[in-house]
Structures are given as C-alpha cells and as structure tokens.
Design a protein around this ligand. Structure first.
Ligand code: GZL
Length: 327
C-alpha cells in the first residue's frame, strides 16, 4: 500500500507486535508484500454481459501487480446495495483509490461522502452518477449513451424512410445511464416521426436470459412489430433465440438494432441477423490507469472523458475489424 495505506499497514504491524507477534507474524495480511503497490478498490456492476466481462478483464490487465497495482475487485451482482457495502469495505481497508462502475445513477451521495471524508479519491467508470455535489468524485470516463441512441435512430431514419415502424424495445437495467441515454434517444426519434409507433417496452436487465424471456412475452402480446431496439448485445442474442424458435427471421422479418458491438454481435451482422450495432467500448482499464498515474504525479486529469465510439452495419463491417476487436 502507498501513502494512505501506510497508516493501515502500520496499525496492522503494531497490532501484530502488541499481540506478541513481529513483522513476520504469519497472520499479517498479504499487504506486507504489496508495500509499493497502488491499492485500488474496484466496485464492478456484475458479470451480466460480454461487455461487462470485457470491461472487468480490461481493468484486471491494466491494474496488475506487474504494472504496480493491487486491484481489489468486487462483483456487485447488479445490486447497488452490494456496491455500497464494497465501497465501505474499501474505505476500512484504507485503499489508495476507489473505482466505481455504478449500477444506477442515483443513491451515491452518502457513501461517496464517506470516501471523501476518508480522503480516498473516487473515479467513476462506464455509467454516470447523478449528484448535486460533483466534487464527490475526482473524474469520470465512459460513453455518451444518448448519442448512442441518436445514432440508432439516425440509422432507422436513413434506412427505413417513410415506413410504418412498429417498434419493440428491450431496455437495459432500469436507472442505469446506458438505459436512460439509449431510451431517451429512441423516445426522441419516436416523438419526431408520426409513422413510428412503440408497441412494446420491457427491461431485459442487459442479460441474454431476460432478453429471451421478454421477447417471448413480446411474441405472445404484440407479434405485429417490425423493429427490435435492444439496448445491449446479450439481450439481442436472447431475442434472436426467441425469434428463430417462432420461425421469424431476425434481420429480415424484423429489423434489429443493438448496442455494444461485441465480436459475436458483429458476426451476426455479417450473417444478416443484426442490422445495426452501436459500439460501446468497454476497454476502460488503460484509461483508468492513466488517470491514476496522473493523480499519483499530482496532476489534474480531465473531470469527464468521453470515449470515441463508432457503429456498424453490413456496409462498413470488415472481417478484419472483428478479428482485431479485443472483445
Ligand atoms: C454500457 C454498459 C452496459 C452495456 C451492457 O456502458 O454499462 O452494461 O451496454 C452492460 O452490455 O451490461
């Protein structure tokens, strides 16, 4: 542990001595071997999607011991209360930095105030938090989710000109920035086109299983839809399962728009089963590492960093793009 953690390590060492032990007391935590590492507590949303797993791996690769870090990873299983507990544990452990990938936008002020009182910088990654006190976090790096939704709507305008669209909408985890932004883009599109009608809206919570379940519900309730707007690829995979089981050709009988643009989804574009996929880049590990390195040097990183993202359909997708994708 560096700086802040020394007090913690010192208190642990003293505790060991007072208990008749010495610095080699076997009961001392591994931290003794990590004296020079920057200790980072990372509260991750969960493992709900391929995107999330790629995001976790990117953080593990960037904040590795070889790179000078000890990363303490906590998987919140998509529950905010588990994230709040994890952050309090990081504070008690005296980590040097806290990285939070927030499940939802609201409900963070109390625990982030505790982190500030403990003098631990907080970096928000991926989704955004809603707070009246932006000083509760040092900086944020992630995506512009409204812009992602706008890209999908623009593609529909360009490729479905004048058609009567009956849109089924699979939302991500309700209250997450990704869901809020992508939904607001679609709502703006529907509001601007008299010939676009929303016929179904349910949350698939960004998982493949729930995406399939909600599409089965859609097929039973509103089979007249001709567009599926699915807020992440894993829900889209589940939806494709359900459509094909019902004898419906995804990408042909139903136009499918998806988000994340992971390799598996891009292959489905080449197979004609997904029509358009908006990239949401999960490889935040190097970006977070760069921010921490700036802070370690006493520099001030940008408060907000939006990552550059592109989109794909059959007109611009090459096999080479998929091969070099990394997730
Ligand atoms: C987006 C991220 C979303 C992805 C999903 O930045 O928060 O969460 O779109 C993931 O795949 O589950």
């Amino acid at each position: 542990m560096k700086k802040r953690g020394k007090n913690t390590l010192l208190s642990l060492l003293l505790a060991g001595l007072l208990l008749g032990g010495c610095s080699s007391q076997p009961g001392l935590p591994a931290e003794e071997d990590n004296a020079d590492l920057v200790v980072v507590g990372f509260s991750q949303v969960g493992a709900e999607s391929d995107w999330r797993n790629a995001n976790t791996q990117s953080m593990l690769d960037a904040l590795s011991a070889e790179n000078g870090y000890r990363l303490i990873l906590d998987d919140a299983q998509q529950k905010q209360e588990k994230q709040i507990t994890a952050i309090r544990n990081f504070i008690n452990q005296g980590v040097d930095y806290i990285v939070l990938a927030p499940t939802r936008e609201t409900g963070w002020d109390t625990v982030l105030t505790e982190a500030r009182k403990a003098g631990i910088p907080v970096i928000i990654v991926d989704r955004m938090i809603e707070t009246g006190d932006p000083d509760l976090f040092t900086c944020w790096v992630g995506s512009d989710f409204r812009s992602e939704g706008d890209k999908a709507v623009q593609w529909l305008e360009d490729h479905q000109e004048g058609k009567e669209l009956r849109i089924a909408h699979l939302q991500g985890s309700i209250g997450s920035s990704a869901q809020i932004g992508r939904t607001s883009g679609l709502d703006a599109g529907i509001g601007a086109h008299d010939n676009w009608k929303l016929v179904f809206r349910e949350s698939g919570d960004f998982t493949q299983a729930k995406g399939q379940e909600m599409t089965e519900k859609l097929l039973s309730q509103e089979p007249s839809f001709n567009v599926l707007y699915s807020e992440n690829d894993n829900m889209t995979y589940g939806a494709i399962e359900a459509l094909e089981s019902a004898g419906i050709e995804p990408g042909k009988d139903v136009t499918i728009l998806s988000f994340d643009a992971s390799s598996k989804a891009l292959r489905l574009i080449l197979d004609g089963k997904i029509n358009y996929d908006v990239e949401c880049n999960p490889l935040h590990g190097p970006r977070v590492r760069k921010i921490i390195e700036q802070l370690e040097k006493g520099e001030t990183p940008l408060k907000y960093t939006y990552v550059e993202e592109v989109s794909f359909d059959s007109s611009n997708l090459l096999e080479s793009v998929i091969e070099g994708r990394g997730y």
